[in-house]
Design a protein around this ligand. Structure first.
Ligand code: NAP
Length: 339
């Protein structure tokens, strides 16, 4: 049955795809953006026929203004907005505080508005870190913050924990679940790229000269959005309390490069073939922020299973190879990468 859904962070990569699929399925959408004057025209241009089925509200994760209005008339919330920067801030609180406070604010206003279902966009960052000897993870695993993890990973873990604790105490009747994506790729709609897509851009535009010995789990933005929609539409008994990882498969960066070369040879002439020795990454890590971020990932398998989500929601992930191909084709088609 068609309903009105609040999607926070409508300007984002995932938020935009969630809006797209909700509108496609006949629902209406309220969305929050940080700066309405700057963002509304861009959103209207993407969905020119949405009319009154799409309403844009200005609301910041760190401020109460706008949240009551954004929730009004909605039956469900997809809380997608959270800071996801390319670099690492000096102070973890720059990410942890808005992620945590923003999630609690979204929950509080949702409860006050009588929202029935609340889907939090969490992350595999809340599942698969802080346990250096573990290689395979699933929906039952939690990142261990006592081990010391990077700020973004801390922010997502703290935010999901805070949400679950808050719901247990303050709103046990709320049909809450989380979607926990690994690195999200797939078609893009504009040049405001999510941090995850920057990796593929750098791989094909020649800015990565050698392939570091690291891997990444891949999921498709279309599947991540589909999971949000299925979690909003599905029976309460199935989704309540669930943690739903979005993950198709783990690939080494060298395997991603091979897939790119095989699937789209015309756009991969700048994709490096040679591997970067681990010692070189460690050597330059103190001087190059990107290397600093990956030095602890060298040779490390961090494989998060999405099987549980397929079983609960009843769908099958798009193969990672297709996702990588579609990411590259859209980056070129939209002239975000000029080869
Ligand atoms: P994105 O394109 O950077 O989108 C982030 C969204 O959050 C933007 O709409 C941004 O709004 C909003 N936001 C950030 N800080 C905010 C604040 N203080 N107040 C209000 N809104 C704020 O990133 P994305 O990839 O779509 O990520 C969306 C969600 O998915 C995040 O929760 C992220 O942690 C999670 N996730 C992403 C991936 C991935 O690989 N992409 C993987 C796992 C989980 P502005 O446009 O105003 O900046």
């Amino acid at each position: 049955m068609a309903m009105r859904v609040l999607v926070t962070g409508g300007t984002g990569y995932i938020g935009g795809e969630v809006i797209d699929q909700l509108l496609e399925r006949g629902h209406s959408v309220n969305t929050t953006v940080r700066n309405k004057a700057k963002s509304e025209a861009r959103l209207r241009a993407r969905w020119p026929d949405a009319g009154e089925r799409l309403t844009v509200y200005q609301a910041d994760l760190m401020d109460d203004a706008g949240w009551a209005e954004a929730n009004a008339g909605c039956a469900a919330v997809a809380h997608v907005a959270s800071p996801f920067p390319l670099g690492v801030p000096k102070n973890a609180d720059e990410l942890v505080i808005p992620a945590r406070e923003g999630t609690l604010r979204a929950l509080r206003f949702a409860q006050e508005a009588g929202i029935v279902r609340f889907v939090q966009t969490s992350s595999a960052a809340a599942i698969a870190y802080g346990q250096p000897d573990k290689t395979h993870f699933d929906y039952t695993d939690w990142t261990d913050l006592t081990a010391g993890v990077p700020p973004y990973i801390e922010s997502k873990t703290v935010a999901e924990r805070a949400a679950r604790d808050w719901v247990a105490v303050n709103a046990p009747e709320l049909e809450f679940c989380s979607i926990n994506p690994v690195a999200v790729f797939g078609p893009v709609h504009d040049d405001d790229l999510s941090t995850s897509v920057e990796i593929v851009k750098k791989l094909i535009d020649g800015s990565i000269p050698l392939l570091p010995n690291m891997g990444i789990c891949v999921t498709d933005v279309r599947d991540v959005a589909k999971m949000h929609v299925l979690a909003i539409e599905g029976p309460a008994a199935k989704v309540r309390g669930q943690r739903l990882p979005a993950s198709e498969k783990f690939l080494w960066i060298s395997e991603m490069a091979d897939v790119a070369r095989q699937r789209v040879p015309e756009y991969t002439t700048k994709v490096p073939k040679r591997k970067m020795p681990d010692f070189l990454v460690r050597l330059i890590a103190p001087f190059v922020p990107e290397m600093k971020q990956i030095k602890d990932e060298l040779g490390h398998v961090r494989d998060v299973s999405g099987k549980h989500s397929e079983e609960v929601l009843g769908f099958t992930f798009i193969p990672a190879e297709q996702t990588i191909e579609d990411t590259i084709r859209s980056l070129v088609a939209r002239r975000i990468v000029n080869l």
